[in-house]
Every structure is written in structure tokens, then in C-alpha cells.
Ligand binder design. Structure first.
Ligand SMILES: Cc1cc2nc3c(=O)[nH]c(=O)nc-3n(C[C@H](O)[C@H](O)[C@H](O)COP(=O)(O)OP(=O)(O)OC[C@H]3O[C@@H](n4cnc5c(N)ncnc54)[C@H](O)[C@@H]3O)c2cc1C
Length: 247
């Protein structure tokens, strides 16, 4: 269901050689923070589309996606070549279950992201939803290099607005960067570093966890969480862990 909508790029942010945000105008319907939209280009007469999470909050315009170039991928290198004024297509059915509305309320919300999967969490954190449901929120963002650390202004604004209720834990795996953990998320959990920085334990009594990004991180963190007694959340079988795999 739904239809393809024409969209116009209003701005391209080039974070580094392989990492971009595209802002675009399109008559998308209302959506929930954390959801994704199919973005497409016509290539050799065929529409090629992939899902991308919206970084903007509901009601905020222009719309925005964050993506990296997958060199062998058919769509992402072409998206990266778009400039302001360029045309793309977005599908009107914005969807996805990694939303506050689908998540049981808990005192502590733990958000773990790799790379471009920071985007949907920023969309959520800009809304009131998570702050009405949780006392404390821990946002972890793991990247390979310092140059992949994006949206620092948005994160700083969130930290200023929410004070001690928000803890941001940056992780950089392939470089030593001041202020960031030099470890993968799972290793940092195993070492107790993330709980130490957050100043609280991650436990099923008061936590809900969202995992977004690459499958390796999601699977290994899920395993670690299972050891702590946290189980996957499903609509028919409520649990503690919501996941969204990008690749
Ligand atoms: C629900 C959902 C939401 C998504 N949201 C985003 C988003 O907000 N931002 C974003 O950058 N991507 C996102 N993706 C991935 C995105 O849809 C594309 O797969 C990606 O941009 C590559 O597109 P492509 O056509 O160039 O290559 P594809 O043909 O899609 O993929 C080529 C290969 O690269 C792998 N791959 C896919 N994405 C990545 C990646 N980011 N890094 C390394 N390898 C990758 C695939 O598994 C595949 O093996 C999302 C995927 C899903 C399922």
C-alpha cells in the first residue's frame, strides 16, 4: 500500500568521504520517531529503493536521513552523489516497530547504536515520549573512527536540555579518542565500563534496551543481555530488548 512521492534534496551534509546526511522536502504522512522510510532512485529505468531511518523528529522539517556509502552497494553511492536541488523518491508508508509507542515503559532506557543507526535514536530523543517514560536514558554510539562521530551539536543540545537524565557514551573502535571508549559495545559492557559511566546497573527490573545497527553488535549484545536476564521484546511476548538490524 501507499505510493511513491517525489522528494527534493534541500541540503547534503558531508561528514567525511563516506558518510552523509541528506535533508529533503517530501509530503510524507505523520510518523513515529524511530521509524524508517524507503528511499529510491530510478536507475536504468528501474526504481531501486532501500530503507533509511528518519533522523528528524515527527513534525520537524525537512526530513533527514544519515547514511554511509557501501562501495559495492547499488544505491548508497548514488545517493551520496545527490546535491541540493536533486530529486529522489520516498515511499509514503513510513514504518518500523522500534518506537516508544511499541515499547514498555521503564525507568531506564538504554540505546545502543553502531554507525548510522544513531539517527533513529536522535529522532526519538528530540521528542517528549522517552522523557515521559524514563527517568534516565543512556545513549551509546559506536563508530570506527573519530571522523564518524556525527551530530555532535544535536547531542550537546540534548545533554544541555536534559542534564543528568541523559548519559552519552561514545565508543571509537579503531582510534584512541579523548572522551570516548576505545572498545566495541559488547567488550565495554563486559568490562563494566558502560554501567560505570552511566552510574547504574543494566538489569531487567528497570531497563528497556534498544539495539540498532549491524547484526554483529546486535547479536553479541543480545547474548550479553540474555546473561543478565533480559529477553527480546515482541508484541505478543513482552520483553526487555527491542532490535532493528540494518545489515
Ligand atoms: C530497517 C532498516 C533501516 C535502515 N536504515 C538505514 C539508515 O538509516 N542508514 C543507513 O546507512 N543504512 C540503513 N539501512 C541500510 C540501507 O537500507 C542499505 O542497505 C544501505 O544504505 C546500503 O544500500 P546499497 O543499495 O548501497 O547496498 P545493499 O544492496 O543494500 O547492501 C550491500 C551490502 O552491504 C551491506 N550493508 C548494508 N548497509 C550497510 C552499512 N551501513 N555498512 C556496511 N554494510 C552495509 C548489506 O548487508 C549487503 O551485504 C537500513 C536497513 C534496514 C533494514
Amino acid at each position: 500500500m501507499g505510493e511513491w512521492l517525489e522528494a527534493t534534496v534541500t541540503e547534503k551534509i558531508r561528514w567525511n568521504d563516506g558518510l552523509f546526511s541528506l535533508r529533503f522536502e517530501a509530503p510524507l504522512p505523520d510518523f513515529k520517531a524511530g521509524q524508517f522510510v524507503r528511499v529510491g532512485l530510478d536507475i536504468e529505468g528501474e526504481r531501486l529503493a532501500r530503507p533509511y531511518s528518519l533522523v528528524n523528529a515527527p513534525g520537524e522539517t525537512p526530513h533527514e536521513i544519515l547514511f554511509n556509502i557501501v562501495p559495492e552497494g547499488p544505491l548508497s553511492p548514488r545517493l551520496a552523489r545527490l546535491e541540493a536541488g536533486g530529486a529522489l523518491f520516498v515511499h509514503s508508508s513510513v514504518t518500523g516497530t522500534m518506537t516508544m509507542e511499541r515499547t514498555p515503559g521503564h525507568r531506564h532506557l538504554w540505546l545502543f547504536s553502531t554507525g548510522t543507526a544513531l539517527g533513529p535514536f536522535l529522532s526519538m530523543l528530540k521528542t517528549d515520549g522517552p522523557w515521559q517514560r524514563a527517568d534516565r536514558i543512556v545513549l551509546c554510539h559506536s563508530v570506527r573512527r573519530a571522523a564518524d562521530q556525527v551530530y555532535d551539536t544535536v547531542i550537546r543540545e540534548l545533554l544541555e536540555r536534559h542534564g543528568k537524565r541523559l548519559t552519552f557514551v561514545p565508543l571509537v573502535t579503531r582510534e584512541v579518542v579523548a572522551g570516548a571508549l576505545h572498545a566495541r559495545i559488547t567488550s565495554a559492557l563486559e568490562a563494566g565500563d558502560i554501567e560505570r559511566i552511566a552510574g547504574m546497573a543494566l538489569r531487567p527490573e528497570d531497563a528497556h534496551v534498544m539495539l540498532c545497527g549491524n547484526s554483529d553488535m546486535i547479536e553479541s549484545v543480545q547474548q550479553w543481555l540474555a546473561g543478565r536476564g533480559l529477553r527480546r521484546h515482541r508484541r505478543r511476548e513482552p520483553g526487555d530488548v527491542t532490535i532493528e538490524k540494518y545489515h
